[in-house]
Design a protein around this ligand. Sequence first.
Ligand code: ADP
Length: 265
Amino acid sequence: VETISTQVAVALMQAQAYSRLETLNHQLADLEKTQSNLIAIVGHELRTPLSTIRVCLESLATEPDMPIEFQQVMLETALEDSERLRKLVQDFLTLSRLESGTVRWLVEPISCQECLELVLSRYTSGRDHPQIVLDIDDPLPLVLVDGDGLIEVLNKLLDNACKFTPADGKITIRTQLAEKTDCDRANVQLEIVIADTGRGIEPNRLEAVFERFSQEEGFLQRTVGGTGLGLAICQRTIESMGGTIWAESRGKNQGSEFHFTVKVA
Ligand code: ADP
């Protein structure tokens, strides 16, 4: 009996070791996938603006007789692409700080309305983007968040809504109060919704869009720039401040809604 129970114990240990090995293999495969995505996307997202900047500066340096309006275009293009590079590096740093838990939020009661108005003020200067409507009636309650974190999330969600919605479409920002029970304590949360009439999201991608590097098309087929880091940053920011974020869509070309909650002060 003793021999049999020893054999059973050994077999059990082997099975456990095997299943642990399987898990490690999956984790390794995930890491390898992330690494190759990282190299492909960063390579592409770094190379494209860098090449443009180089072409612009080279033309300016080698063609002294270039008409002034062309010079202007070259300078503006180089500036836009250097801004794109700055944002890419910034997003990488932000995400890695969020994932390593080294971000320190300054959580305090702030006016959500002022944050919304500040973010929206960037969109009023007659640029080619869909109409944006702020659909809120009452003065909004103060919310318990880090102001810069909230503004970053709003900026990213609005930029995406503009990116994936045709210029004749519409983006609506609305809010509602929701009660959430957390560890048996009910707390009131403010739900903020950014709804667009753009290209929508397939049901099977509603959760995947929050993963790093999650993009519908391969990066070479993309018509709009991006790294697939924006929503990952939004999710980690909102969750680390005690809220939830999710996406809703009725499917392709049916528009999308991004919802997130923040604590009411
Ligand atoms: P990026 O926009 O840089 O690719 P994000 O993390 O912000 O990265 O978004 C990930 C993906 O989620 C996008 O590539 C797109 O496929 C999808 N997505 C995000 N916002 C929207 C939206 N408003 N409408 C449709 N698809 C969206």
